[in-house]
Design a protein around this ligand. Structure first.
Ligand SMILES: Nc1ncnc2c1ncn2[C@@H]1O[C@H](COP(=O)(O)OP(=O)(O)OP(=O)(O)O)[C@@H](O)[C@H]1O
Ligand SMILES: [Mg+2]
Length: 1027
């Protein structure tokens, strides 16, 4: 409610009581305009809601909006019709007091829409059960039915309610709507037979013709063309763009069945509607005598069938009237004009009574079925959707009734508002200051007072025998109440007023302004006469609805029926009684322009309505005492931040807190009063100053709040993080400790097993030693893998544990084989040849001849003499024999052992000893008996030849520096590997002619070959270090 300066400038104040200049109509209208521009159509005057019709969908009626207003204090949210609805509902629930919401305003101001919104609010937000659902549906669906039969398009409103409506909604103890009751007021029946230009008859006629199924129309004898019906063409406007009669028809049909109309009832209802249309088409012809006769017999035929009456009787009744004079029934023919009005009177009566029947029928359907006794009375919320003040160019009987109704409502309003103000002051212990206001009781009395009131005078004139007329009524008015301050006539008025009044008019000075009423038709409308014979025909009808509407008892009753004005007065009195017993809320509707346009704010029109709705008076009464009041708690809660003592919270009594606060704010004693539970502030400016101070304070509060919130949230975040970290750390430490313990346990186990295994290592494999054995094996194999011999000559091999000795040996062999195999694969043919020769040498000399080890590392040459070193003649004489090896040797003569240099050549077939160019000796390999050599380190050897071979001169004693190589070559070439004898001590050889020589071998410091004294050849072989 309270709002800051900037917002106030833009959207005005939400409550007119906060207007500084509350007596200024201009300020009032300006506030309305500001809000209307911002699409804020609702404003309060205290608890009264002022609503300006936006003529557009503002999307402020969604379910979310309903939720926003549900259970929320009136002042906490922006003004809305839902706030009023919710407030009434909560008051009803908490105080268990009946409520009513009075909606008023001129035609098109949005009364019916507001009442529908309220109904929808209850349907959506109130608790529900299955049974309640049907009641809700029926309550909601009663609207389209009542609107179809009671609303019409007028110049002011395309869906104008042509009757007043009061609807009670009943709630059970849980607050669920369980039933309802409708009261209807003053249906504008004249519309059935006549409409002004641009207006239509009641919607139902057009809906039936446009939407009714072919079959139905045929049964009713209707055509799908409104132009065919006299009652529908008067306004010359059968079609309206904003109305879809066809779809509305469907809605109405559905609503009728939801409310509980049977198919038969619907059929009979539609028979009546169709009958009215047929009645309208009845045409009269005039006889010479002036008597009327009916020219349209088809209509009579249809009417007879649809109404279930005798056609001839009806025809007769439509052209004659029956008068009972002195107990005798007299029938007299009607002239053309009388017949037409009789027909129209019948149409109006039939439609009007059917409408009342319809309301009663809806009431039966809405009735709370479980109503048992007065003890269990259920609370009500009443909704009054009734016409507002009407002032037209020509005002007639209807406007008179309507404005009278508004006078009554205004009286009620003033009384209740003042009373509630006074009650509140009393309750709060504040002295009541009398409020000056205009009490319109004087006008109400002028209209309704017995004998002297306008209605009584009118009734009197209607009942008076003789030629009473509207003019005689006017004269009587002048005579009876002519001196009344609030009434004048053309005759009684001063010159200035007379100029703006017709001769047939009287003027009433209503609380809202002056209205001139034209008396023409007052008597007829008040009489609302229907000829007796027409009533009789209707009483004879087969139509069940009509038999309920036209009761035969009515015919027997000789008393004149009550006039329309008296009926209205009585029903208004009843309504006032109902409303007085309830706690009222008000919705005052305003129409912003006559063009039904969104966004147009017509000052003149609005000023007019503000006046007729009595809003300024309303505001004055409300502002007479204090502009603003709030419960201490609410006030303190809102403004406590403005005073250090009350901020952030007040511990003592609320009243003391508010007192401290306002003193701190510097309120002057005349500016406020403290009641029992509320503070009352006299001027809006005091409140606004406080409100503006709050706005300024809000900024510093907001930043303070922000920073402390930030600090708090950061601290909380940090604490959370820290405790999380501690938890994580503890867990992690735990995990680490567990792992460490586990590792230690494992290590101890391993060591234990290792020791045990070591102890049992020589046992059979058993659980105690298997780990150790496996480990030893494993580690041996791993060690072996790292220390395998790199070459075939490398004989190293890790020592195997006992359990693996055999395997190790196998492995070693395999590995060696593998290496040798690899090695062999890699060696070239020459090297292979070399090695083969070395193998042969090894076979022959290894461990047999002393200088063999020295020969091993030296490579055997292919030959020791090349081609140039051998005499070509020698080569020539050898012919085709291939030379395999040649080496310089020393030959010792058989006699004298003289040493002579020679060459030893080995061919493929023989060994040849050559001296220069001479072939000295040729020894075929086949003839080579053997070869002798000493076991010492000398190079002397003997080639043994057969003694019997004459060609040979005996065995040959030779000495080679390369003894091992030379002899190996000889052994290979001659294939005499096994014929080499290695001798110890001496060698005996043949010298030819059967003589033998001996060579003695000894070891000495150096090689010495010489003939010894004993004639032997003495060979001293140098001693080698290796031996
Ligand atoms: N709150 C609203 N939001 C949008 N449009 C609205 C609202 N209230 C009224 N209207 C529009 O104004 C039209 C007239 O409203 P409504 O029928 O309620 O007037 P009324 O006061 O009941 O008039 P009457 O006295 O002729 O029955 C509605 O048909 C609708 O188009
Ligand atoms: Mg209406």
């Amino acid at each position: 409610m309270e709002s800051a300066l900037t917002a106030r400038d833009r959207v005005g104040v939400q409550d007119f009581v906060l207007l500084e200049n509350h007596t200024s109509e201009a300020a009032f209208i300006e506030n309305l305009r500001k809000r209307f521009k911002e699409n804020l159509i609702y404003t309060y005057i205290g608890s009264v809601l002022v609503s300006v019709n936006p003529y557009k969908d503002l999307e402020i009626y969604t379910k979310n909006h309903m939720e926003r207003y549900r259970g929320v204090n009136f002042y906490e949210v922006s003004p809305h019709v839902y706030a009023v609805s919710d407030n009434s509902y909560r008051s009803m629930r908490t105080e268990r007091k009946d409520q009513c919401i009075l909606i008023s305003g001129e035609s098109g101001a949005g009364k019916t829409e507001a009442s529908k919104k309220i109904l929808q609010y209850y349907a959506v937000t109130c608790p529900a059960s299955d049974q309640v659902e049907t009641v809700k549906d029926r309550l909601l669906q009663s609207n389209p039915v009542l609107e179809a039969f009671g609303n019409a398009k007028t110049l002011r409103n395309d869906n104008s309610s042509r009757f007043g409506k009061y609807m009670d909604i009943q709630f059970d103890f849980k607050g669920a709507p369980v039933g309802g009751h409708i009261l209807n007021y003053l249906l504008e029946k004249s519309r059935v037979v006549h409409q002004n230009h641009g207006e239509r008859n009641f919607h139902i006629f057009y809906q039936l013709i446009e939407g009714g199924e072919e079959d139905l129309l045929r049964r009713l004898g209707l055509e799908r063309n409104p132009q065919q019906y006299q009652y529908l063409v008067k306004g010359n406007c059968p079609k309206v763009s904003s109305i879809n009669d066809r779809s509305d028809w469907k809605v109405v049909r559905k609503a009728l069945s939801v409310i509980g109309f049977s198919e038969d009832e619907v059929e009979e209802l539609l028979n009546i509607i169709a009958s009215v249309l047929h009645l309208g088409n009845i045409q009269y012809g005039g006889e010479d005598s002036g008597n009327a006769y009916i020219t349209t017999d088809t209509q009579i035929k249809y009417l007879a069938r649809l109404l279930g009456v005798d056609g001839l009787v009806l025809k007769e009744a439509l052209t004659h009237k029956t008068i009972i004079a002195k107990g005798e029934e007299l029938k007299s023919p009607l002239n053309l004009e009388q017949a037409s009005s009789a027909r129209d009177a019948l149409s109006k009566a039939v439609y009007g009574r059917t409408f009342t029947w319809l309301v009663n029928k809806i009431n039966v359907s809405l009735a709370y079925k479980f109503f048992i006794s007065a003890v269990l009375t259920v609370p009500f919320i009443g909704l009054l959707d009734i016409y507002g003040f009407e002032v037209f160019q020509h005002n007639s009987f209807e406007q008179f009734c309507i404005n009278y109704c508004n006078e009554k409502l205004q009286q009620l309003f003033i009384e209740l508002t003042l009373k509630s103000e006074q009650d509140e002051y009393e309750a709060e212990g504040i002295t009541w200051e009398p409020v000056q206001y205009f009490n319109n009781k004087i006008i109400c009395d002028l209209v309704e007072e017995k004998f002297k009131g306008i209605i009584s005078i009118l009734d009197e004139e209607c009942l008076r025998p003789g030629d009473a007329s509207d003019i005689t009524f006017l004269e009587k008015l002048e005579n009876t109440v002519g001196g009344h301050a609030h009434l004048t006539t053309h005759k009684l008025a001063d010159g200035k007023t007379r100029k703006v009044m017709g001769r047939e008019e009287f003027r009433l000075l209503h609380y809202a302004g002056e209205v001139n009423y034209n008396v023409n038709g007052f008597l007829d409308k008040n009489n609302d006469l229907l000829f007796r014979n027409l009533k009789e025909v209707m009483c004879m009808s087969d139509n069940k609805i009509l038999t309920q509407c036209f009761d035969r008892a009515e015919l027997k009753d000789s008393k004149r029926p009550e006039t329309a004005a008296t009926q209205f007065k009585t029903s208004l009195a009843k309504l006032m009684e109902i409303l007085m017993s309830k706690e009222p809320s008000y919705v005052r509707c305003i129409k912003p322009n006559d063009a039904k346009q969104a966004g147009r704010f017509d000052d003149v029109l609005i000023r007019h309505q503000v006046k007729y709705l009595g809003l300024m008076e309303n505001l004055r009464v409300r502002r007479a005492g204090f502009a603003y009041r709030r419960h201490y708690e609410t006030f303190l809660q809102r403004y406590k931040s403005l005073c250090p003592e009350t901020w952030p919270s007040w511990q003592g009594k609320l009243a003391d807190g508010v007192s401290t606060l306002v003193k701190h704010l510097g309120y002057k004693p005349e500016e406020y009063k403290l009641g029992r539970s509320k503070i009352f502030i006299r001027f809006p400016k005091t409140l606004f100053a406080t409100e503006d101070a709050l706005e300024t304070r809000k900024h510093s509060l907001a930043s303070k709040l922000q920073s402390s919130w930030k600090g708090y949230s950061q601290k909380t975040k940090y604490r959370k993080l820290r405790s999380s970290a501690v938890v994580v750390q503890a867990w992690w430490r735990g995990i680490l400790a567990c792992r460490r313990a586990q590792r230690k346990r494992q290590a101890a186990n391993t060591i234990r097993r290792f020791i045990k295994g070591f102890i049992y290592r020589h046992n059979e494999r058993c659980p105690e030693n298997e780990y150790f054995l496996d480990y030893v094996r494993y580690s041996f194999l791993m060690k072996l893998r790292r220390n395998l011999p790199k070459s075939v000559l490398d004989k190293s091999w890790p020592t195997a544990p006992t359990a693996l000795i055999e395997a190790s040996e196998q492995l070693r062999k395999l590995y060696m084989q593998n290496m040798v195999w690899g090695y062999c694969k890699r060696i070239n043919p020459e090297w292979k040849h070399q090695l083969e020769q070395k193998m042969v040498a090894s076979e022959i000399f290894k461990n047999k001849k002393d200088n063999y080890p020295q020969s091993v590392p030296k490579l055997f040459m292919g030959t020791r003499l090349n081609g140039e070193e051998i005499n070509p003649k020698v080569l020539q004489s050898l012919g085709s024999e291939t030379m395999k090896y040649a080496v310089p040797v020393t030959k010792y003569d058989r006699k004298g052992y003289k040493a002579r240099p020679r060459q030893l050549l080995l061919t493929s077939n023989c060994a040849v000893i050559v001296e220069e160019a001479k072939l000295k000796q040729r020894i075929d390999y086949a003839a080579l008996k053997g070869i002798s050599v000493s076991s010492l380190s000398d190079g002397v050897f003997v080639l043994h030849v057969p003694t019997e071979d004459k060609k040979q001169k005996g065995d040959v004693v030779l000495q080679s520096d390369h003894i091992i190589e030379t002899l190996t070559k000889v052994a290979i070439c001659a294939d005499k590997v096994n014929s080499i004898n290695i001798n110890q001590g001496s060698i005996t050889f043949t010298m030819g002619q059967g003589k033998e020589g001996i060579i003695d071998f000894t070891s000495g410091s150096e090689l010495l070959v010489a003939k010894a004294k004993n004639g032997h050849l003495s060979v001293t072989a140098p001693r080698l270090n290796s031996r």
